[in-house]
Design a protein around this ligand. Structure first.
Ligand code: ADP
Ligand code: G6P
Length: 483
């Protein structure tokens, strides 16, 4: 008897995301890898480390083919993007069309047909790689807005696979989504999955409304009935919320490390040991409300409500998507605002805003969290915002206060925060003052409640819940009881 080689790959679990968990460090001659930026990688990497499987994604380097490799126990399968793909699919359609459209059009999204064509091509390339790598009956988990066509493309080629999709960013209200010239294609792309996950119930509801409004499919509770079409057979899809979280045990452990505690003390000393250290940690992105935060802080200082002798703000902003016009503008505006505040308020030997345009290793980030009395998360719109959860996880002694925008996914869970509307500078100022002046007992009570939330709601539980539901739907779609 002869054995024919299977046409399928050998991975039973496949994660697909635009980025691999590591990218090339441009500063290093040694061709080293470093952690990729952003919340997706922070959240999904620990899941991958605890599970056998393959992660398909881009290395961050254009025009270079890399062979699959293993790092930190993760098996990585690179997909190549050309310089033109980077321009049209990544910077263009993903980050100048979808990103602003899905974040409440904070800046105007641009629609270009050449960008769409490139988005389709690159999604096809990712889907082909999945079809090649996945074993028969494997579970495939596709992540985020860059790859919304992949579920349908994969289902077409490999109906044997269990396909999950998770959207890390918001899904916009129908009235905004409907602007997109390729709205129906995107919806059909996502509906190739068995399970489509979103950060908040509101995002899932926006998606189901778009499906009803544009495609006329029926939905019952969170179940969408997809009728037989030209390319796919009839099936059901679940679309619901799975709020993502962080690797809490890992962060709690770092926050107890004497070396990191000592580094936190040093940081306070280096900024002049003020009574209050405030902290902002973001990718340099116009969705994060950094300008609004600086405006509020500057006004509080100039009105004498906060005293430069007592308080400093440390603003860390990771470089992000730097070739895009809107990212050049936000960086320029932030740097102008920092310069203005320091120019007007600071004195020799005391700076009001310490601005750091770098990325830091996890240990150093933890030391910054430990060193700060007040954390400012003032995003104008954010799918979740992991920084808010990370700050809370690090506050083992239940001190510190969190100022949190109500426009983040995290606001649903971190109800002990001082909630603010960052569009309302008056409200933002009041929130910052509240947090700074909050008495110790109230701080402790509120932080304890939030800490309990992030210690029971970890990213490991999140992934188990998502994958268990995906498995259940895929093995027995008929058994789904609409909620
Ligand atoms: P986003 O995914 O939009 O960037 P999140 O707040 O959800 O926003 O996730 C950001 C992640 O990146 C967090 O894990 C945060 O700790 C990390 N991070 C942000 N800024 C830096 C920085 N300057 N250096 C290192 N890590 C950073
Ligand atoms: C957010 C997105 C991710 C993205 C990350 C960093 O977290 O949800 O999909 O990877 O930002 O952005 P970048 O464009 O550098 O990948």
């Amino acid at each position: 008897e002869t054995t024919t080689e299977s046409a399928y790959g050998d991975s039973d679990f496949v994660v697909v995301a635009n980025r691999l968990p590591v990218d090339r460090d441009p500063a290093e001659e040694s061709q080293g890898w470093r952690t990729s930026p952003g919340g997706l990688v922070t959240a999904v990497a620990p899941v991958m480390k605890s599970q056998e499987g393959a992660w398909i994604g881009w290395t961050g380097v254009p025009d270079v083919d890399f062979d699959p490799f293993t790092i930190d126990g993760m098996h990585l399968v690179p997909v190549t993007l050309t310089s033109e793909d980077v321009l049209r699919y990544y910077e263009g359609f993903s980050n100048a069309t979808l990103w602003p459209l899905y974040h409440d059009v904070i800046v105007p999204p641009e629609f270009h047909r050449t960008w769409w064509d490139s988005y389709v091509q690159v999604n096809e390339r990712f889907a082909a790689k999945v079809a090649e790598v996945a074993a028969e009956g494997a579970t495939v988990w596709v992540h985020d807005y860059q790859l919304q066509l992949v579920p349908q493309l994969v289902r077409r080629m490999r109906p044997d696979l269990a396909i999950g999709f998770f959207n890390h960013i918001p899904f916009p209200p129908f009235e905004l989504f409907a602007q997109l010239p390729w709205r129906d294609e995107i919806l059909r792309g996502l509906l190739g999955a068995d399970l489509v996950g979103f950060q908040r119930p509101a995002d899932a509801a926006n998606f189901r409304r778009a499906v009803r409004g544009r495609l006329n499919f029926t939905t019952k509770g969170s179940t969408v009935a997809v009728p037989a079409g030209d390319v796919l057979s009839a099936h059901t899809v679940r679309a619901e919320a799975f709020p993502i979280s962080i690797d809490t045990p890992y962060l709690e452990e770092l926050a107890r490390d004497p070396k990191i505690i000592e580094r936190a003390r040093q940081i306070r000393e280096e900024v002049g040991n003020p009574k209050v250290v405030m902290l902002g940690v973001d990718r340099m992105d116009y969705t994060k409300g950094i300008r609004h935060r600086l405006k509020a802080f500057g006004e509080l200082l100039s009105e004498g409500k906060l005293d430069i002798e007592d308080i400093v703000l440390i603003q860390i902003a990771t470089p992000s998507r730097e070739r895009l016009e809107q990212y050049k503008i936000i960086r320029h505006d932030v740097e102008l605002a920092v310069g203005r505040i320091n120019g007007e308020q600071a004195e020799v030997g005391s700076i009001a805003v310490h601005y750091l345009h770098h990325s830091y290793p996890r240990d150093e980030m933890t030391a910054f969290f430990l060193a700060s009395d007040v954390m400012l998360v003032t995003a104008l719109r954010d799918g979740m915002n992991l920084v808010a959860k990370e700050y809370v996880a690090c506050r083992g002694s239940d001190d510190g206060a969190l100022v949190l925008s109500e426009f983040t996914g995290a606001a649903d869970q971190l109800t002990g925060a001082v909630m603010v509307n960052p569009h309302d500078i008056g409200n933002l100022k009041a929130g910052i003052l509240d947090a700074v002046q909050m008495d110790e007992k109230t701080r402790a009570r509120r932080m304890k409640q939030m800490r309990k939330k992030v210690s029971t709601d970890t990213v490991s539980i999140w992934s188990k819940k998502f994958l268990a539901e995906l498995e259940a739907i895929h093995t027995n779609p008929e058994a789904i009881i609409p909620d």
